[in-house]
Write a protein that binds this ligand. Sequence first.
Ligand SMILES: [Fe+2]
Ligand SMILES: [Fe+2]
Length: 151
Amino acid sequence: MVGRWDEAPLGDLIDHLVTAYHRPLVRALATLPRHARGAVGPDFAGRVEELRELLVEHMRREEELVFPWLRRPRPGGAELLVHLLEHEHGDTLRRVRVLRAEVAARARVAPRAARALSARLRRLERGLDAHILLENRVLFPRALAAAPWAG
Ligand SMILES: [Fe+2]
Ligand SMILES: [Fe+2]
């Protein structure tokens, strides 16, 4: 999956990331806090809402600040933001894993709603893993290598 993006134009990879990962993620996150509240309760739903806000803001910064710069890199640009985004990738993945593990533990003894939430979080984690892998391992290194003053 990563391989085919090693050579494709960076603009195509960015378009793919937005269409295949950002848009579906925003849709999946929109109903997740409400689902979490019904399945587990308000405290847990609050943490899911916090994760939703982090991810939406993360993707907004990518789309509005970093991706335009990666399409047309120039000195004094957004390379520091790229490093910040990489840091946030690790943070958001950790949060999803912790939430998913907590729900999975409840789902063993709890009703259907917790099992459905657990499945949704597992799908979210898988999508996020693939999305972050493409950004960290392909998009950012390729874009930074094409902008030799960055790093
Ligand atoms: Fe992204
Ligand atoms: Fe990202």
